[in-house]
Ligand binder design. Sequence first.
Ligand code: SF4
Ligand code: SF4
Length: 376
Amino acid sequence: MELEKEEILSAIHHCVKCKLCSIASFHPNEEWLPLCPSGEYYGYQAFYAPGKMEIFRAILEGEITEPSEGLLKSVYACTVCGACYEKCKQITNVELGAPDLFEAMRHELASRGWSLDAHKAIADKIEETKNAYGERYEYKVKEGAPDKNADVLYYIGCTARYRVPEIADAMLGIFDKIGVKYQLMDEEWCCGSVLVRTGQVEAAKELIEHNVEEIKRSGAKTVVFTCPGCLKTFKKNYPDMGVELLHATEFLARLGNMNLKNEELKAAYHDPCHLGRDLGIYDEPRVILSKVADIKKMKREREQAWCCGSGGGVKSAYKDFALWSATERLKEAKEAGADALVSACPFCKRNLKEAAEKEGQLEVYDVVELVNRCLG
Ligand code: SF4
Ligand code: SF4
């Protein structure tokens, strides 16, 4: 556990259990909208942030010595979206660091052998194949396009590589169309995000060492990511490699107009938790999207964005909860008058699209797909 026990207990004791972190806006003149997907879906105190903190306190102080099914669900049926943390900071001016606390709690549970089978299975797949989906086939790139001497390296990530390849295709299409030379890693391994978020921190060490070595050897000066989860992990859990780490939307925002054709699509922008709340990247995706679409504003945005429901190991362990959360987001986009919901994360796209297909609502895109399309 990176945080010391005393530090954790002190943070937990500062939570006054007001539960205001579960409401997006509570001004008397405004509609009160929920903010915590976990609490809203399961409906018990143990699923809201203060309940989870109380459980962590009881574990650390030795009051809980066995993992009941309910306890594990309360801890792991949480997308670690950070909405509670941002809201609490806004109200109390105190940084309790809830996402870090929740990750520390999962690490503590994992070190006691209290991981979920679904999460252990992901760790096994990674150990065997070096990617989170246990796939062995190679993502195909245009023959001869990657350039070993390029300053820019595109880190694809497991989800865009194996589950949402249209995002990786779009990013490579953009590089080609705007004439940016890029390279890919000879042997890209999972960044380790899913292991860190589910408390299996030790298992991520080998992956980190390998990827650091590969990137240093590449000689690239800038690493571009379409996955905010990978980017967060590289920024927060990797040693400094002396290279610039950028999300695709930051990279594209620097390029100016790019002569993009505006399709006038009515689109709502969904802030991915790792991109927005974790990395503070709110403006660049909106700048890019505004060049190709007519942005419709949703009620819960930026720091108070509603999570898509996919992160923190939820998609693999609690599918119904993940899809419900995505459906709530789609409804909000529809209410805003959007015909499409656009995100900047393969995890969000995958979950929102699955929910949209089930409910027959809205088109779902990643912003790089629209940019690639609007470059002609
Ligand atoms: S985390 Fe903050 S806002 Fe939430 S219950 Fe605790 S003190 Fe209140
Ligand atoms: S991190 Fe997100 S899902 Fe988890 S308790 Fe906080 S608001 Fe709820």
